[in-house]
Design a protein around this ligand. Structure first.
Ligand SMILES: *[C@@H]1O[C@H](CO)[C@@H](O)[C@H](O)[C@H]1NC(C)=O
Ligand SMILES: *[C@@H]1O[C@H](CO)[C@@H](O)[C@H](O)[C@H]1NC(C)=O
Ligand SMILES: *[C@@H]1O[C@H](CO)[C@@H](O)[C@H](O)[C@H]1NC(C)=O
Ligand SMILES: *[C@@H]1O[C@H](CO)[C@@H](O)[C@H](O)[C@H]1NC(C)=O
Length: 333
C-alpha cells in the first residue's frame, strides 16, 4: 500500500493543534481573513469577509466540536496501528476545488451526490445539477474531482490552512438506516453490494440460512445488518457506514461550515450564499427523494425492534459522531 507519511506525531499535533486553534482564535479576533488572502481571486467576486458572517448556529456547532475534540486522547485520532504519522488516505474523502479554494469532505448518505453536482456546476463541468447522472457523479475515472490525498504534503497543508472547508452530517442512526435501505432492500439492483456484504452477513449472522440467500445475499434483515456493524472494525467499515470521524477527521481538520442534513435545504442555501455561488447554482431540491427517505420516523421504526443492549452497543460504536455533532440517542431508546 502506498502511504505518504506526512508528519511525525510531534509536528502533527503541533501543526493541526495550531490549525484548529489558530483558525478558531483568529476568527474571534477578526483577523483571519486579513492574514489570508482568502478568496481574493474568486470568480464570483467574493466580497471580503463575507464568509465570516456565519451565524450563531455555526459558531455553536464548531465550539461544541472543538470542546469535545479536546477531551479526546490525541492518539485516538491516528490510525490504530501506525505509530505516529498521518497517512495520506486520511484526506481521500476531501474534494478539492482549487479554483474556488474550497474543500468539501463528502459523506455517503448525506446528500453527497447533490453537493458533487453543485461543485461540478461551479466548475463548469455541467450546466445545471439536474443534468448529471448519479453514476457519473461518483465515477472517479471521469476525473471530475481531485482529492486532497493526491497532493503533496506541503500542498495539503497549504490547502487545509487557507481554503474554505465544509461538510454535511446527519443523525448517525438515520444514516445507518438510510445505508441499509439503499444497499440491501431498495429495488434497484445492487447485486455487487449484496454479493460483497449480503452473503457474508447471512452466512455469519443468520441461523439456518437457506441455500438461495446464501448464494444471492438477498434479504438481509436490519437486525442482521446491525449485528454485522457491531462486529465490524471501524477502520475497515464500508464508507457508507464508516464513522464521520474516520471519513472527515473533524478533530484534526477545522471545518468552517458544518451543515446538517436535518436542515439540508436551508443550510445548503446558506452555504451557497456564503460562497457567493447562489446566483450560479442552486442546490437541487427535487432530486433528493432518495435521500429524504428514510425520514426520522422511519429510522425510529427500524430501531424499535432492536434490543436496548444492541442499541447501546451501536451507540458506542458511533459515539464520536454523536458527540462531535451534538446528536443524541434520546428518541431511539
Ligand atoms: C466510468 O467511466 C468510464 C469512462 O467513461 C466508463 O468506462 C465506466 O464504465 C464508468 N463506470 C461506471 C460504473 O459507470
Ligand atoms: C434485478 O436483477 C435481476 C437479475 O439480473 C432481474 O431479474 C430483476 O428484474 C432486476 N430487478 C430490478 C428491480 O431491476
Ligand atoms: C457486539 O460486539 C461485541 C464485541 O465485538 C460483542 O461482544 C457483542 O456480543 C456484540 N453484540 C451483539 C448484539 O452482536
Ligand atoms: C428540477 O427542478 C429544476 C428547476 O426547478 C428543473 O429544471 C428540473 O427539470 C427538475 N428536474 C427533475 C428531475 O424534476
Amino acid at each position: 500500500m502506498v502511504r505518504l507519511f506526512l508528519f511525525r506525531l510531534g509536528s502533527l499535533l503541533g501543526l493541526f493543534g495550531l490549525l484548529v486553534w489558530e483558525a478558531f482564535r483568529s476568527q474571534n479576533e477578526d483577523n483571519f481573513a486579513e492574514n489570508n488572502n482568502f478568496r481574493r481571486h474568486d470568480v464570483y467576486s467574493f466580497r471580503e469577509n463575507t464568509w465570516k458572517t456565519t451565524d450563531e448556529t455555526q459558531e455553536l456547532r464548531k465550539k461544541h466540536l472543538i470542546d469535545y475534540c479536546h477531551k479526546r486522547d490525541p492518539k485516538e485520532l491516528l490510525p490504530p496501528h501506525s505509530s505516529n504519522e498521518i497517512p495520506a488516505y486520511y484526506f481521500r474523502n476531501i474534494i478539492v476545488d482549487d479554483y474556488h479554494k474550497l474543500l468539501y469532505c463528502y459523506i455517503p448518505k448525506v446528500a453527497c451526490s447533490n453537493w458533487k453536482r453543485v461543485l461540478m456546476v461551479m466548475n463548469g463541468d455541467a450546466a445545471d445539477p439536474w443534468s448529471i447522472k448519479t453514476a457519473d457523479v461518483h465515477n472517479r475515472s471521469l476525473g471530475f474531482f481531485r482529492y486532497l490525498n493526491q497532493y503533496s504534503a506541503e500542498e495539503i497543508v497549504h490547502r487545509l490552512s487557507t481554503y474554505y472547508k465544509f461538510l454535511f452530517v446527519r443523525h448517525p442512526f438515520e444514516r445507518l438506516v438510510s445505508a441499509y435501505r439503499n444497499k440491501f432492500i431498495d429495488s434497484y439492483n445492487l447485486t455487487l453490494f449484496k454479493e460483497m456484504y449480503g452473503r457474508h452477513i447471512i452466512r455469519k449472522y443468520r441461523h439456518n440460512p437457506d441455500i438461495r440467500s446464501l448464494k444471492t445475499g438477498e434479504g438481509v434483515s436490519f437486525a442482521e445488518f446491525v449485528e454485522f456493524i457491531n462486529n465490524s472494525e471501524p477502520e475497515f467499515m464500508d464508507w457508507h457506514w464508516k464513522l464521520y470521524d474516520m471519513l472527515c477527521h473533524p478533530c484534526l481538520i477545522y471545518y468552517d461550515f458544518i451543515g446538517k442534513f436535518e436542515n439540508l435545504y436551508t443550510e445548503a442555501d446558506q452555504l451557497l450564499n456564503i460562497l457567493q455561488a447562489n446566483d450560479k447554482v442552486q442546490f437541487p431540491h427535487n432530486k433528493t427523494s432518495r435521500y429524504k427517505l428514510p425520514t426520522k420516523g422511519l429510522a425510529k421504526e427500524y430501531f424499535k425492534s432492536l434490543p436496548k443492549q444492541t442499541k447501546g452497543k451501536l451507540y458506542n460504536k458511533y459515539r464520536h459522531d454523536f458527540e462531535m455533532f451534538g446528536y443524541s440517542m434520546e428518541e431511539y431508546s
